[in-house]
Design a protein around this ligand. Structure first.
Ligand code: SF4
Length: 256
């Protein structure tokens, strides 16, 4: 969890400020609609504004619930199951809102994505769901393998010689130790194919912020825990993941 801790603080601030931004926007819109309704306008205007008011109210309540849930989870407090469900259901439309707010507030795109993955992870951690090793699929990007290594691990990570130079050897260790299934994939298409073939009940995905968010938005029926990789040599080249973070995540979700 070292990597997560490193990103947590700024991601937390980003999430809170973005959610508060939308809350404020909703409140302003509600005030505007109320003003329009109280003015001397046509009846049709009333109906239109009334409907608009309900829609905005719905979104404001969802944001409030999400904000409340996020605070509770952050401080390790229990959250009523219905609220968790409500926040989980809101995740798909919360991201576009965070994105727009981030743009308006000139936030770095990766910070917004990081905040979203953190919110997703915290929600998942707060649930007490456990899985068998064979039901967990660890999906990692091809760039985790050292560029000079000629072994084709995308077919089978068992081919890795565990020379200790890159994280692929660690994946092999995790597969052997916990019975999880690991796949090194070259992109979204191969990842989707592996998910279809292996039918996991939980996915632990390692990737950059952009790929993780697109995976989270894409995969609807399987919970995905997202781990951001380190890119000491730039994007998509000799990337690294903290073995301890992946191992601790596996341990958290596995049945004992
Ligand atoms: S750990 Fe495995 S994949 Fe990585 S460089 Fe060594 S042999 Fe190649």
């Amino acid at each position: 969890m070292m990597n997560e801790k490193k990103h947590s603080s700024s991601a937390f601030q980003t999430t809170i400020s973005l959610l508060l931004f939308w809350l404020l926007m909703s409140a302003l819109l509600i005030l505007l609609v109320s003003w329009l309704i109280s003015g001397q306008h046509l009846a049709a205007y009333l109906v239109f504004n009334g409907l608009l008011f309900l829609v905005i109210l719905f979104f404001a309540v969802m944001v409030l619930v999400s904000l409340f849930t996020f605070f509770r989870i952050w401080y390790n407090k229990t959250v009523p199951k219905q609220m968790l469900q409500c926040t989980k259901a809101s995740l798909n439309w919360i991201y576009p809102l965070l994105k727009i707010a981030g743009k308006l507030m000139k936030k770095d795109k990766d910070d917004v994505r990081k905040a979203f993955t953190l919110l997703n992870n915290r929600l998942m951690m707060s649930e007490s769901k456990k899985y068998k090793g064979q039901d967990i699929l660890l999906l990692t990007p091809h760039c985790l393998q050292k560029a000079h290594c000629s072994i084709k691990v995308t077919n089978d990570i068992e081919l890795c010689q565990e020379c200790g130079v890159c994280n692929v050897g660690d994946l092999k260790y995790l597969q052997r130790t916990y019975g999880v299934r690991c796949d090194v994939v070259t992109g979204g298409t191969l990842a989707r194919r592996r998910i279809k073939e292996k039918k996991p009940k939980l996915i632990i995905a390692v990737a950059c912020e952009r790929d993780l968010v697109s995976g989270l938005m894409d995969i609807k029926n399987i919970p995905v825990y997202a781990i951001i990789n380190d890119r000491p040599e730039g994007p998509c080249y000799n990337t690294v993941v903290q073995k301890e973070e992946v191992e601790n995540t596996i341990k958290h979700f596995m049945t004992r």
